[in-house]
Every structure is written in structure tokens, then in C-alpha cells.
Design a protein around this ligand. Structure first.
Ligand code: DLL
Length: 435
């Protein structure tokens, strides 16, 4: 039986939802125009005033906000409430050269946690569950967001944070955790460690996992489900829009429902900025309707996906987004061909390898090179050089069929690729180092 955290909203008719969004958008644009000089200047430059925005049909008139704007306005330039009303910041790690600092009023935190409560409920969570949260705590939004959602639902919450994997498993066993929240790469690592410690899925009580914060394929979903004996649900969000819980999967698992009472999603052509019709692949843009302290309007996420209003068997009417293929800035262009790491992951898992791999791109003699390091597992393990070479060639040709370019595959010993406890870093583009 499908459970809802807020059935009235999650199953609201399209007509009523549009009315709610219209009202909220008009008020939000006014709030931002009056309180955020940076965005007011962008609107003035475009010749748009709050009076021009009468409903969501006028959304396209508003200027976009980009990561570059966030950098320009860092740290306080997009703040829409006095600091005295803000109670928290969260931030990205800044490893990709961008540090985003987001601000929250208490009301913002309540709404954010409510979105996470919807995700936990959609994954079957109730107050009888034991929810182990192994996303990082601290500045990263994963730990605090799911922690808050879990409290709201009334689960017994284990605020583990990431790391110390054997201890994670000990707690999981001792306390009978039923829901696991972490990145998919860490879930795979926990599953692998469980089996390495000599346990099976019969030794744990997990039933569901809520995994997100990084791209992961359907193939990886099945692998994690088998390793942990659970149903694995996707969850999406970004620091700029509060954190996890912007969208979440239901039992149908054909995309993530976007919490449309809080966020309007658009898909645009990343090159021209043109709004594309439903069903088109493009860049996801969010307008937050209810955030007080850090309300971004038409924020370009760089995430590439598709929106769909197809009727969902779970009963929710909220629009769905497909799994992001990866960010447009994650896409590699190798010898002129667009390559998403997720395409490589799909082939590896289909061919019976694990999700432990590393992609290295370089440029030698003016030609791009693509090296893929993959761990052998028990099925493929061999110390006969000829056999290893044969497996490498077989895998390389399967990847060539997917990508259209030839990689060099290197099979390496089991457990030789560093495991991830948070967001996995699987791509090393050495070309950037040379440029
Ligand atoms: O990763 C928030 C989050 C925490 C989401 C826990 C889900 C679970 P950031 O660190 O700001 O925030 O990174 C946001 O991560 O723009 C996507 O590119 C990527 N991302 C997040 N969730 C997914 C997902 C958090 N389910 C960026 N699938 C986003 C694919 C995801 N990519």
C-alpha cells in the first residue's frame, strides 16, 4: 500500500497545484525583488518588474541565475532575509571550484525536512523504522537533511555520518536498521564490506535505501539491491535548493517526483536558454517558491534530464524527473565524442564487473586517450596474463560499441581502487592539468 507524507499536496490535481504555484511565484518574485539587490539588477537589466509576473505562465520572462552569479554574489549577495532571521548555513565542498553557501531561516529548515520526510515515507518509512543516516554531516546537506526528515517521520534515527564502515555494519546489526541513507557508492561499499565480514543479507534487517547526491545507473541499483537485500530509492537535490528532497522516488521507480509546491522545474536548451517542451532532454532549472533566506529564481543546475507528467501508479500527481545523466559539466568530450561516465558504468555492470572503476582521460601527441581501470572480481579473477588480456579486450569492445570510441581497459586486482564513503570521484581528466 502506497503511503504519503502529505497526500493533499502529493496527489493534488494539476489545476490546484498550478493555482498554488501561481500565487506563490507572484509573492516570491516580489520578495526577491525587494530584498535581493543582485537579482533586482538582473531583472532591471532585462526590463522585468514584479508586476509583469502574474502567474507561472510568465516565468520565462525572469532572468536565469547561474553558478557564476552565485560566485559573484558570494557570500551574502543573494540573501533575502536579515542575518538575524537566519539560523543555519550549509555548503558544498567546493571541490569543483565552486563553493556554494546556502542560508536557512527556521521556516526554511522545516520545509526542507518536510520534503525529506516525503522521500522517507515514499520509501516505506514509518515511525516504526530504524533509519541509519550515513551521508556526511556538517556543511554537506545530505546528513542534516535526511536526519531532519527521519525525525519528522518519527523513525529511530542513527546519525552515523559516513566512514568507519565496519562500525556502520555493527550498528546496523545491533540496532536492526531498516532504512539506509547514503550515497549509492557508499551503499555498494557497505554491501561489499558486509559480505567480506562473513555476513549475508539474512544477518541484517534493512528493507530500503535512500540513495542520491551523485549519478548512479539502473545497473548499479540492481547490484546494491542484491548486495543488501533491499529496494533502493533515488533522491535528488542540491545545496542551492536546500539539499536532498527536491525530488524523490516512489514505489514505481520510474523517475523522481518533484515537490512542486516548493519548486517549479523547467527544462531548457543549455546552449540557447530556450524552454523545451515536456519530454525533451535538457538542463534542469529550478525556481524555489517557498524559501525565505536563499530563494533562487530560475537557477540553472547544469543537470541534464527529462521531465514527465505521465500518470504514476503511486497516485502522486507531482511531475517526475528522470535520473540525471550527470551534470553537463561532467560530460567528457573525448576525441570529439560526448561521453557520460554513466554510459561506461552501464557496460561494466552489464558485463559482470563492479562499480569500482576509475576513468582517466589524457592528451598524448595531440590525441585524447581514454583509460579505464576496472577491478576484477571473483568471476573474472585470473593470474594468467593471456586470460586477463582477453577479458580486457572483450570489455574494451563492449565499451566501444556504447561510446563509439576505443578505450584502453586495465583490469586491476580486487579491492585496489579506493572506495568512496561520500560522493565517488571516478573521473580524472588530466587534460585540464596540461591546459
Ligand atoms: O548532493 C544534495 C543531496 C544530498 C542529494 C543527499 C541527495 C542526497 P550538492 O552537494 O550541492 O547537493 O550536489 C548537487 O549532485 O546538482 C547533481 O549533479 C548531483 N546529484 C544529487 N542527487 C543526485 C541524484 C547534494 N539522485 C548535485 N542523481 C546535483 C544524480 C545527483 N545526481
Amino acid at each position: 500500500m502506497e503511503r504519503y507524507w502529505n497526500k493533499e499536496i502529493e496527489c493534488m490535481s494539476r489545476e490546484d497545484m498550478k493555482k498554488l504555484q501561481d500565487e506563490r511565484l507572484v509573492a516570491q518574485v516580489k520578495h526577491v525583488y525587494e530584498n535581493v539587490k543582485y537579482y533586482r539588477d538582473l531583472m532591471d537589466k532585462k526590463g522585468v518588474t514584479p508586476d509583469d509576473i502574474k502567474s507561472t505562465d510568465d516565468l520565462h520572462k525572469l532572468p536565469f541565475l547561474t553558478k557564476a552569479d552565485l560566485r559573484d554574489a558570494y557570500p551574502y549577495g543573494l540573501l533575502a532575509k536579515p542575518l538575524s532571521e537566519c539560523v543555519r548555513i550549509q555548503s558544498t565542498s567546493g571541490t569543483t571550484g565552486r563553493r556554494v553557501v546556502a542560508f536557512y531561516t527556521q521556516h526554511d529548515i522545516d520545509l526542507w525536512e518536510d520534503c525529506c520526510a516525503r522521500a522517507i515515507t515514499a520509501a516505506g518509512g514509518t515511525k516504526d523504522d530504524v533509519c541509519q543516516v550515513c551521508y556526511g554531516y556538517g556543511l554537506f546537506t545530505g546528513g542534516p537533511g535526511l536526519n531532519g526528515g527521519s525525525h519528522k517521520v518519527g523513525c529511530l534515527t542513527l546519525p552515523m555520518s559516513s566512514g568507519n564502515t565496519e562500525r556502520q555494519i555493527q550498528f546496523m546489526r545491533d540496532l536492526g536498521s531498516t532504512i539506509l541513507c547514503c550515497t549509492p557508492s557508499y551503499a555498494a561499499y557497505i554491501g561489499e564490506t558486509l559480505h567480506d565480514m562473513g555476513y549475508t543479507t539474512d544477518d541484517i534487517k534493512l528493507k530500503a535505501g535512500i540513495f542520491g547526491a551523485e549519478p548512479w545507473t539502473e545497473e548499479m541499483r540492481h547490484q546494491i539491491e542484491d548486495l543488501l537485500g533491499i529496494k533502493a530509492y533515488d533522491i535528488y537535490g542540491l545545496t542551492e535548493t536546500s539539499g536532498p528532497g527536491v525530488s524523490f522516488e516512489c514505489s514505481e521507480q520510474t523517475g523522481m517526483h518533484i515537490n512542486e509546491d516548493h519548486f517549479i522545474a523547467e527544462i531548457i536548451d543549455p546552449d540557447t536558454g530556450e524552454v523545451l517542451p515536456e519530454g525533451s532532454v535538457g538542463e534542469l532549472v529550478f525556481t524555489s517558491l517557498t524559501k525565505e533566506a536563499f530563494p533562487l529564481l530560475r537557477y540553472r543546475t547544469r543537470d541534464i534530464c527529462v521531465l514527465s507528467r505521465k500518470k504514476c501508479s503511486c497516485g502522486r500527481t507531482l511531475i517526475k524527473m528522470s535520473k540525471p545523466k550527470g551534470r553537463s559539466d561532467d560530460m567528457l568530450i573525448i576525441r570529439g565524442v560526448n561521453v557520460f561516465p554513466s554510459q561506461i558504468e552501464t557496460v561494466l555492470i552489464e558485463q559482470g564487473y563492479s562499480s569500482n572503476y576509475r576513468i582517466e582521460v589524457d592528451r598524448k601527441n595531440n590525441t585524447d586517450t581514454l583509460d579505464i581501470y576496472v577491478e576484477m572480481n571473483d568471476n573474472h579473477f585470473s593470474d594468467v596474463v593471456m586470460e586477463i588480456q582477453k577479458s580486457e579486450e572483450k570489455l574494451a569492445s563492449a565499451i566501444k560499441i556504447m561510446l563509439g570510441i576505443n578505450p584502453k581497459v586495465h583490469l586491476v586486482s580486487p579491492k585496489s581502487i579506493t572506495r568512496s564513503e561520500g560522493k565517488a570521484v571516478r573521473v580524472i581528466d588530466k587534460r585540464k592539468l596540461h591546459d
